[in-house]
Design a protein around this ligand. Sequence first.
Ligand SMILES: C[S@@+](CC[C@H](N)C(=O)[O-])C[C@H]1O[C@@H](n2cnc3c(N)ncnc32)[C@H](O)[C@@H]1O
Length: 350
Amino acid sequence: MNQKKVEELAFRAVGDAAGAFTVALGYIGDRLGLFKAMAGAGPMRSPNLAARTQLNERYVREWLRAMVAAEYIEYDAVTDMYRMSEEQAFVLANEDSPMFVGGVFHFAPPSICNIEKIAEAFKKGGGISYSEIGDEIAPAIERIFRPGYLNFLTKEWLAAVPGLVARLEKGASIADIGCGRGQSTVLMGKAFPKSKVLGIDYHKPSIETARKLAADQGVGNVEFLQAAAHEIPAGKKFDLICSFDCIHDMVDPKATLRAIRGALAEDGVYIWSEPNASANAHENRNPVGKMFHSISPLHCMTVSLAHNGAGLGTVIGEQGARALAREAGFTHFEKLPIQNPFNQFFALRK
Ligand SMILES: C[S@@+](CC[C@H](N)C(=O)[O-])C[C@H]1O[C@@H](n2cnc3c(N)ncnc32)[C@H](O)[C@@H]1O
């Protein structure tokens, strides 16, 4: 036995456990407003932060010490002051930042709380449906994806297909499949006021929130439909169909892709994003790949298996996407030249 390999693995596993506990405290910091109270506020002592957040000072102090050890915040031992740097605030407190991690902190502990049910599913099969996975999950997912939409959707992702933005600016018909709480749909509606955008998702509370988002922001060219993705309105043809990070979650991804192909105008384009990882697990030995693989049984795979679905799991990679596209009858499949640490993007044509 190689002692060095033993030690490396043991320390990596301890690091993972440290990460799990740190994320639990990250969840607390996000939920109770501790990160936001520190952002831009300059150096402070724990009683200041406790007063600002109206929280118990002893807990706040222990949280601060853990955040210092995790290198999430700075500490000056001479003055006994804690401080959040500009970079730390950008990652931990700024909801609009492309590097914001609050959504992941929001998502992880409530997902892990389903561990009993998931362990049962390991024995008996089946899964936890999206409507039963917990009330915090859909809002957390919204916060994970919103910064990407806000910073890149129109400027980088749609712009990667030549001529597409000009076509949408003139006025086109768009469908956003698996739109969740409507962030991407409303953003496209705002960016392309002459276009009409239809958001489709099977999760009723998400669709209700999406309708409210559009109404609150005064965006009148978007509509939402609560339906399974393969029930895209027959007879309607779309110039652009998008699906962001949801095909692998579906009960019947192949039927969905066939329905998308059927609903696409002859010269329409389908833009499809999936997690940025390989179909081969051994090629995903990096923090992002490791995160996607470990989320899979706790979320993406289980929500599909709950309905006897395909249960593709979070990571299908380009290889899995190409195979699905071929089976659904698409003749053109291209990986778009978009650099993004979390997602890869494909453009498909009939
Ligand atoms: C991980 S989220 C993807 C992110 C989503 N595009 C957003 O911006 O929030 C997956 C979404 O797909 C939806 N979904 C999963 N299976 C579906 C299906 N068969 N039909 C319609 N929506 C589905 C879920 O309700 C959820 O909103």
